[in-house]
Design a protein around this ligand. Sequence first.
Ligand SMILES: [Zn+2]
Length: 109
Amino acid sequence: MSLPACPQCQSELTYHDGVQFVCPECAHEWQEGEGEASADAAVTDANGNPLADGDTVVLIKDLKVKGSSQVIKQGTKVKNIRLQEGDHNIACKIDGSSMNLKSEFVKKA
Ligand SMILES: [Zn+2]
């Protein structure tokens, strides 16, 4: 059985200390199965396609930017997204500004 990559930093230098998996690179510790569980709860786009870090997505509706009058138009291409925990599960940069988006309002490009 091969060891799973670290769910936090994707390092493959992980080891099993008898109780849990340990990542020597970021010091993350986790129980067997946890990584798979989070993989099951994968972030998916409006069509149900799984998204990954580095993907390019397209907005499927106009989105208001919180705390400003700016609107990001439907059809805007967003490159190099980062998945994150929470309600707004995509972190990205649009026109140089950091934004958080909901995966239900994008589709994979
Ligand atoms: Zn790690």
